[in-house]
Each structure stands twice: as C-alpha cells, then as structure tokens.
Design a protein around this ligand. Structure first.
Ligand SMILES: C[S@@+](CC[C@H](N)C(=O)[O-])C[C@H]1O[C@@H](n2cnc3c(N)ncnc32)[C@H](O)[C@@H]1O
Length: 261
C-alpha cells in the first residue's frame, strides 16, 4: 500500500538508501527516465567550481548528504576535512559502511572515474581512498534546529558548505525554508562559499512512499539566500527535459554558489 510521507521524520522511518542509490546513482547517466542529464550536468559544475575556481580551505561541511559521496569527488582534493551532517540514521550508516569499505557498500566507482576523467587523469583508485580518508565525521543533523549539528553545541565554523537536494524536501513553506537556510548559514565562516544543488519538486516516489517537497522558483531561491546573509550569488539552472515519468514532478534543477557576507 502506498503511503504519503509529509514530514522530515519519514527520512528516518521510510527512506531506503539502497533503493535511492540504485535509482539515482548506479551510473553517471543517473536516473534517465525522470532526470535525463542532471547528474552529469551537476558533476561538471562541481568539477568546475572546485577544480577551476580556486576554492580551497581546511574544513567543508555537507548538509543532508543522504547516503551519497558524489559531490565530494571534486571537493575532497581542496579541503583537508569533510564533515557530513545527515538527518537519517540509515543514511549515516550507509555512508559509514562506504567510508569503512565494508563488503556490500554502494559502488561509486563509475562516478568517481567520471570525475577523474573530467580532471584529465585516471587515478580513480587513489581518489577513492583520498575521499574515504577526507570524510572525518558523520553527524546527526536537523536543519530545522538553530544549531543543526546535533550534539555539537558550538562547532568551529567551516570554510565551505555544500548541500544537495535537502532544503526543498526538509521544509514545508517558504518562511521555513529561509529559517532553515539561516540555521545552516550559522555553520559557515564569513567569506565562506556555499554550494547548493537544488531541485524544487512537489514530490518524488521511492518504493512505496511519496516524499513531498516544495516547488520554488529561481527568484525565491536567490532572495532566500540574500535574506540568510549570502552575496555573490551565481545560479545555474537546467530545465527538465524528460516528461515521461510519474515518479516525480519538478521543473528545474539549480546549482547555486554564494558567499557568506
Ligand atoms: C533527496 S535526499 C538528498 C540526498 C543527497 N544529498 C543527494 O544529493 O542525493 C534529501 C536528504 O535530506 C535529508 N533531510 C531531510 N530532512 C532533513 C533535515 N530536517 N535536516 C537535515 N537533513 C534532512 C534526508 O535525510 C535526505 O538524506
């Protein structure tokens, strides 16, 4: 029976990391039926931000990481430490299993290989082990809290923050989105870079569950960032090309970079 998930808690109760990873990240092409071209497009931009634009520092925090490491394949060469903040326990466990190289953990090699090719080399085994070493901590996190990193009352601020497809499913309204963004901004140093992947959607289906999100446009995403204290906002957008699928509804994918004032 299909049930409707309407609260963040459903990421603890009903989110299946294995099903999610197999659908969206089994190959560089991603989830072709519903999101043709999105994954390679985002990997190319992440590569460009972290390899070409001179972004670097000591510590990067990623928020709402899910069971995923694809966004770190580029950034792990530029930061000494990556800290993960993720709400769902099963996602944190899936990530830990990958970091510990446990048998049966998800195989990210095609995506790692692809990013290495974008960089013009084939040292993907070295990149995989660098990535495993660079992920230093995996922390429970809730963006609705003033301090999102649970159990870390006043964490040292980070040089860079990234987040992919999190706020648009964690928040139920525009005011809540702005509030959560402000909570996240509190983790970043002044002058620090925020890299956000965002796909405002009304819902997506995974297994027997429907996970809700909110549909937001580019103007709102930019104004929310300004209200949360960000400047130098660059927003790249990609219009959805596939219309066939029934497992989600969204219009655009965005990759945004912005600097904390
Ligand atoms: C659609 S998944 C995105 C996962 C991954 N970042 C990716 O790029 O595929 C949304 C993620 O946001 C997390 N999430 C949901 N509500 C959250 C909250 N209140 N605080 C932090 N993370 C949350 C979920 O547990 C899930 O891992």
């Amino acid at each position: 029976m299909e049930s409707k998930a309407s609260v963040t808690d459903n990421y603890n109760l009903h989110f299946n990391p294995k099903a999610y990873l197999e659908r969206y990240y089994s190959s560089v092409e991603g989830y072709v039926e519903e999101e043709e071209g999105v994954l390679p497009w985002t990997l190319e931009i992440l590569h460009s931000i972290f390899s070409h634009e001179g972004v670097s520092g000591d510590r990067l925090i990623d928020i709402g990481t899910g069971p995923c490491i694809y966004s770190f394949v580029s950034s792990c060469t530029k930061f000494k430490e990556i800290v993960v903040g993720e709400y769902s326990e099963q996602n944190r466990n899936a990530l830990k299993r990958w970091v510990d190289n446990e048998p049966g953990s998800f195989d990210w090699s095609s995506i790692i290989e692809h990013v290495c090719q974008l960089e013009g080399h084939s040292e993907f085994k070295e990149r995989e082990s660098l990535l495993r070493k660079t992920i230093k901590d995996i922390i429970p996190c809730d963006v609705r809290l003033a301090n999102p990193l649970i159990g870390h009352a006043s964490p040292q601020k980070f040089d860079c923050m990234s987040s992919a497809y999190c706020l648009e499913v964690a928040c139920r309204s525009k005011p809540e989105y702005v509030k959560c963004l402000k909570n996240m901004a509190g983790l970043l140093k002044t002058g620090g870079l925020f890299v956000q992947l965002c796909e405002p959607l009304s819902f997506y289906r995974l297994g027997d569950w429907v996970f809700e999100g909110i549909l937001l446009d580019e103007a709102f995403l930019k104004s929310a960032l300004e209200e949360a204290g960000f400047t130098q906002i660059i927003c790249r957008s990609r219009k959805r090309t596939s219309t066939a699928g029934e497992n989600t509804y969204y219009d655009f994918t965005f990759v945004i970079s912005a600097m904390k004032e």
